[in-house]
Structures are given as C-alpha cells and as structure tokens.
Ligand binder design. Structure first.
Ligand SMILES: [Ca+2]
Length: 503
C-alpha cells in the first residue's frame, strides 16, 4: 500500500520471542517497513527516507517514535528502547506501536568517511536534520490508523544523543505531533559541540604521546596515573559538597576547583600533574573559545567520570560530522583525523552558520534544537523531559542548563516547570553507564505519568547496575528536579536514595 510520498515495502506477521524477557524481546506484532522520498541526490547517490514500524497485536493505543543515534544511516530496529541503562523491557513489549527511521540515508560501506558522505547532498542533510520527524510520523500515524481502525490516544518521542537532538526539535518545530517528549543526553547544539571536539583534539595533540603511526595518540593524552590524579583532585575538592564522602559529586553546581593548583610544585612528583598537562586539563574543562573570546559550545562539569574526557572518544565522530554535515561548504575527505587536527577553529565555527548554494540551510539551522520558543507545544499541553549525565563528554549538562535558563526567561520559572523538566544524573556517562554513577531509572514511566495523569516528576530513583566496572552495584540515588541536587541527610545509609534530600 502507499503512504504519504512513498509505499510500504514489507509487512510481516512476527511471533513473540521465547522467554526469558529481555530488552530485545518482542511480542506478537506486525513488522512493517516502508520508504518515502526515493530519489537521486545531487551527489549521484540513491536516497530514500526509510522507516520501520512495529505494530503489536496487544496495542495500548499509544505511539512511540524512537529517535536515532550517531549520524543515523541505519534502519534501526523499532523496539522502543528505554534509555537510562539496564532496562529489561522495551516499549514494543509494553504495547506501543514503535517507529524508527534511517533519517533518509544509508551509511556507505568500506570508506572511512562513509557514514558522513550524505552531507554532500542538501536534501539528505535536511532529512537527517529535522525533516524526517514530520514525514515519518505522518506515515506511521496513517498506518496505525488503518491497521487498528481506531484513534491514537497518546504519542511520544524518545531519543538519546542525536535522537535527543531530534526530540528537542520535535518540541520546538513540530509541536502538534507528540504529547510527551523525552530528550536523553540531547545534542541540541551538535554543530557547536562538533567544533569544540576539534578544539579539544588540537589541544590534546600538543601534549599527547605519539602513536605507532607517528600521529598524536589522542586516546592516551593523559596517562592512567594522570587520570587518577584528576579523579582524586575532583573528589578532594567536591565529594563532600553534598555531605557524603561517597565518591560521587552530587552538588556539581558548587564544584569549581582551580585546576592550575593541580600542577606539581617544585620537588613534587606524585599526586599532581606536570604543568603542561595541568594547563591542558584546565583548558579542556573550560571548553572551546574563538580567538576573539566567544565560547563555542560549553564548559564541562567537574565530575570524577570526566577524567576519561581526556580520551577524546567522540573526536572521530564529531570531526566527521563537522566536516561533512554541519559546515558549509563541506570538507569531503577520507582523512577525517587530518581534517580535525589541522582545521582552523575560527573558520570552521563560522562555517556552521554559513550558507552557499546548493546548501541553502546553515548547519546550525538544520541540526540544532536550541530555540526556547515552545509556545505551541506548551499550549497543546505537551510535556518535555530532558536528562543528561554529569559525566557525559559528548554533551555538557552546562549546555542543558544554559538552554533551560532561556526557557525560564521566556516563560518564567513556574510556567517553564509546568511543561519542561530537567534532571541531571551524577556520574552518568553519555546516555548511560559511567563508573561513578547510578544509571538505571524509569524516565519514560515518569513522562507518561506526567502526560496522562498530570503527576509531574520531581524525584526519580536511580540504581547502579550490578555489573563489572560499576563501583557500587545496587546503590540508589534520587535524581533531583533541576536545579535542585541530592544532598546527604547526615545520618542514613549512604548506599540508599532515602538518605538524600533534593535541595
Ligand atoms: Ca559526595
């Protein structure tokens, strides 16, 4: 059958998974795939906006749009992943009709820049940026209507990272499509974040050891001992700010150590950083600036988990995105590392706001979700929840805080809180995990309670997973409504959330 701008390519009755139930299990459902916007790009490549929709036989009359990840380019399984770490179920199992999309392009195999090559086509950029959301939603909703023959009760969008970016865009640009939106670790200023990643790699390259290929070994910019110094210095300065010496910095807002003091003094050789490394760490946490002093993205919080930020884990991904997708004109190159290490930061930063035919929409405009204007979403009764780990070194909680301030300035603090709520997750890394945190919590459940029952979330309980690398399996903590933070009550069991108050 046809759908808006395309057609269904497959529809298959799919049986429920055998027990035990896991986050990958499925119920009895109809698996549908489709494609719209089939065309040839200006780069001569074939493109289509593909989607996968899974329609459970036992439907809960709700729709769940699962946002993408990385730079998309993969038709993700529409299981309705619950983020937040370690969840044993998914939205499809819980009765939601779930859709995913490849965002209008497929990664090109066998090329170092294959994931990013779609940036050479303006339409592919737009579909990746923001146009996939209304088009895929329209196709999904029309198929849901014809399959079930009854109206949807509630629609949700849940995305992490790049998907979190899409979630923010959904609230700002497509206010009629969703009742509830959950933005996890949202890259809503991904264009700026990608330029900051170039800057970080360049300052890392100045102090990093050389790898076997003669290039700076960015993953080992700090030695294991030096990373341990960073962790110790952060904990010495900030662990007790929340009243509990528990290895977690729950009052991140108050943690502003002077990194210059971490440098070795005369005669000191252990428990400190060589001066060049201390200078590097200070610059790293401060975030990138242009040569005329404008902040490019955001500073990083002093969470002990941020010591691994010195590994530049997101450099290749962000350099590929900056060069191919967000800058205009793009730099199409297979030498992404070379681009990142030699790029002129001022020039590349200017290029994310530039247009030049055939690229008529700037990278920041197609990619970012940084507008505080959600008048229509708010008027519709929409609810937006945002959460971000304080040890996330793809996207900074300080950028989320700066965005939320703009929302408060527009609506006032009370009215803002009535439809946008932010939670920081101490110690959690990008979207999940992190050895200094507690990362299992039910944010989506909290969102549905808010949307459907009017119960606004103020405190979620988060649990540390029982798995290798987690320092305190089973520990619980409250995740507090921003700007409140978890503070120890002074007498309870420090392993338990009930011993902490949000203040
Ligand atoms: Ca603490």
């Amino acid at each position: 059958m046809s759908v808006d701008g395309g057609h269904v390519t497959m529809a298959e009755a799919t049986a429920a998974s055998a027990p035990p139930v896991t986050a990958k299990s499925v119920p009895d459902h109809c698996l549908v795939r489709g494609a719209t916007n089939e065309r040839t790009g200006i780069d001569g490549q074939p493109y289509a906006l593909q989607f996968e929709l899974r329609l459970p036989v036992e439907w809960n009359e709700r729709f769940y749009y699962q946002g993408g990840s990385g730079v998309d380019g993969i038709l993700f399984e529409a299981l309705g992943t619950y983020s937040g770490g370690g969840n044993p179920r998914n939205a499809l199992l819980d009765g939601y009709a779930v859709v995913t999309t490849d965002s209008g392009h497929q990664a090109v195999a066998d090329k170092p820049n294959g994931r990013f090559l779609f940036g050479a086509d303006p339409q592919a950029r737009l579909e990746y940026g923001n146009m996939q959301i209304p088009q895929v939603t329209a196709a999904a909703k029309s198929l849901i209507g014809s399959f079930y023959g009854e109206a949807l009760k509630f629609s949700y969008f849940y995305g992490s990272s790049n998907g979190g970016r899409q979630a923010m865009i959904a609230a700002q640009q497509y206010p009629d499509l969703f009742n509830g939106i959950l933005a996890s670790a949202p890259g809503f200023r991904l264009a700026q974040a990608s330029i900051q990643a170039l800057y970080q790699a360049q300052i890392s390259a100045k102090v990093a050891p050389k790898g076997p290929d003669g290039l700076p070994d960015l993953k080992n910019t700090l030695t294991a001992d030096e990373k341990a110094v960073v962790v110790t210095k952060i904990l010495d300065a900030c662990d007790m700010l929340d009243g509990a010496k528990d290895g977690m910095v729950s009052r991140i807002s108050a943690c502003q150590p002077d990194v210059a003091e971490w440098a070795c003094k005369a005669g000191e050789t252990t428990g400190c950083l060589p001066e060049a490394k201390a200078d590097y760490v200070k610059k790293l946490f401060a975030g990138a600036y242009t040569s005329d002093g404008r902040q490019i993205y955001a500073p990083w919080p002093f969470d002990p988990g941020m010591a691994d930020q010195t590994s530049n884990s997101y450099f290749f991904l962000f350099a590929g995105e900056a060069s191919h997708i967000y800058t205009t004109p793009p730099t199409i190159t297979q030498d992404i590392v070379g681009y990142g290490l030699s790029a002129d930061i001022d020039r590349e930063f200017a290029k994310i706001s530039a247009t030049a035919a055939p690229f008529t929409v700037a990278g920041t405009d197609l990619t970012n979700g940084e507008s505080p204007d959600m008048d229509k979403f708010r008027a519709n009764g929409g609810k937006l929840m945002i959460y971000n780990g304080t040890a996330d070194f793809a996207f900074s909680v300080y950028d989320v805080a700066a965005y939320y301030k703009k929302v408060e300035q527009r609506y006032g603090a009370d009215a803002a809180r009535d439809f946008v709520r932010v939670f920081f997750v101490p110690g959690m890394a990008h979207t999940r995990g992190g050895s200094f945190g507690t990362d299992q919590f039910d944010a989506f459940g909290a969102l549905t309670q808010w949307v459907e029952k009017g119960i606004a979330p103020t405190r979620m309980i988060s649990t540390a997973r029982a798995e290798a690398g987690v320092k305190w399996p089973g520990r619980t903590r409250p995740l507090c409504l921003y700007p409140s933070e978890a503070v120890y009550d002074g007498h309870g069991d420090v392993e338990k959330a009930e011993s902490f108050v949000c203040q």
